[in-house]
Design a protein around this ligand. Structure first.
Ligand code: SF4
Length: 386
């Protein structure tokens, strides 16, 4: 659960408005937030003239910044129409703000945005988890002529339309490695500077390919959906599979902090998952998308205004969306019936989709006191707010 983040569309609008009457834009801060801010400005085609830091010593600790000169605030000479975007963590604000005011600099405060786009690399999943409404997804998806597999070229096209602050999650509504180009897509997204993570059963990936991906995946980026003792999921427990699971935990750095399985862990995997790893084994009916005959789990019904606890904690930002192989973007990982499609990256930009009529309508319905058919009112990730 995260907090204190802004919606990506609002952040972009604020930066564009701030920059439009400025001649030179500088970023105050060269840490992780400063780097994220510079990536976003590059995406928005706003040139950055340089960076500002509070002390000389910070000039040498800069990593990952490829633009402009770095000034300390003392040596920075203000020109008319300079603007500074303060991209630092809040604990430094009391130090930075008086310095900016003293120099009578026009500034705005950057508040990071951390949206997520989950990539469905294929529709139709052979893992066939008992607690996944895959058949509902396949029926809804095939009701129209749509590409069932995400091609690498389409992935590249879609990624170009996505601001680099969006976390690219290889997960979506099916096992990502069932698409043979998944590894290539992961490498491409990393190369393009996106933060990524991966939720996988390891079905479909070859051991050598997986071992090579482990070298580029960031710390904490893997969630493993493991085989269970009752074969609730079709994950073949071969020697190679067990060895791949072991390699995740044997890699330098802590790549995986969280695993999930349905019910009890498969006996062949016992002793592999280190202590302290978060375990998800709670069953849910995917916002009413599984019938009672299919699963025997608690079904939730809510009424009145609700907010979503996915991603940012408690909000109606709805910014953990799902990309489908044909470029369509669905509301979230609960919409297996594809009843809440937000737009299509072949026709619109990501920011257009995030501000479009479809998402605005859903937000309005969430916060209103009506429409009990809205998917959120039967979702375990929604919370009633009144
Ligand atoms: S259905 Fe659930 S996860 Fe999806 S937006 Fe509504 S509350 Fe969030």
């Amino acid at each position: 659960m995260r907090s204190c983040a802004k919606s990506i569309e609002k952040l972009c609008k604020e930066i564009i408005n701030f920059s439009k009457d400025k001649k030179n834009i500088y970023i105050y801060g060269t840490g992780r937030t400063g780097i994220r801010c510079s990536k976003l400005l590059k995406f928005l085609d706003i040139p950055v003239c340089g960076f500002i830091v509070s002390h000389e010593k910070y000039k040498n600790s800069v990593r990952g910044i490829d633009a402009g000169i770095i000034y300390t605030i003392d040596e920075f000479q203000v020109e008319p129409k300079d603007g500074v975007i303060m991209a630092s963590v809040p604990k430094f604000f009391p130090e930075i703000l008086p310095a900016l005011k003293e120099k009578t600099l026009s500034y705005m405060v950057y508040t990071d945005a951390k949206p997520i786009l989950e990539i469905t690399t294929k529709v139709g999943c052979s893992v066939n988890c008992k607690y996944c409404p895959q058949s509902k997804l396949v029926a809804a998806y095939q009701a129209k002529e749509r590409d069932k597999i995400l091609s690498f070229n389409s992935f590249k096209t879609y990624l170009d339309k996505i601001p680099p602050l969006v976390l690219i999650r290889f997960c979506g509504m099916s096992e990502p490695f069932l698409n043979p180009e998944c590894g290539k897509m992961i490498r491409y997204a990393v190369e393009k500077g996106f933060d990524i993570d991966l939720y996988t059963t390891l079905v479909g990936v070859e051991q050598n390919e997986f071992l090579s991906l482990l070298k580029i995946l960031p710390e904490g980026s893997i969630t493993l959906h493991l085989a269970d003792a009752f074969q609730n999921c079709n994950i073949p427990v071969t020697k190679e599979y067990v060895s791949m699971v072991k390699s995740v935990f044997a890699s330098p750095g802590r790549l995986c902090n969280c695993v999930s399985y349905h019910g009890e862990l498969h006996p062949e995997l016992e002793g592999i998952v280190p202590e302290g790893t978060v375990i998800w084994n709670e069953m849910q009916d995917r916002a009413g998308n599984l019938s009672e005959e299919e699963v025997n789990v608690y079904h939730q019904e809510k009424s009145g205004p609700v907010i979503c606890t996915e991603n940012y904690g408690y909000s109606a930002m709805l910014d953990c969306n799902i990309l489908l192989p044909n470029g369509e973007v669905a509301l979230c990982c609960m919409d297996y019936g594809l009843e809440y499609l937000l737009g299509n990256l072949n026709e619109e930009s990501y920011l257009d989709i995030r501000t479009g009529e479809n998402i605005r309508k859903i937000r309005k319905e969430m916060l209103a006191d009506g429409d009990d058919t809205l998917i959120c009112r039967r979702c375990n990730l929604a919370r009633e707010i009144l």
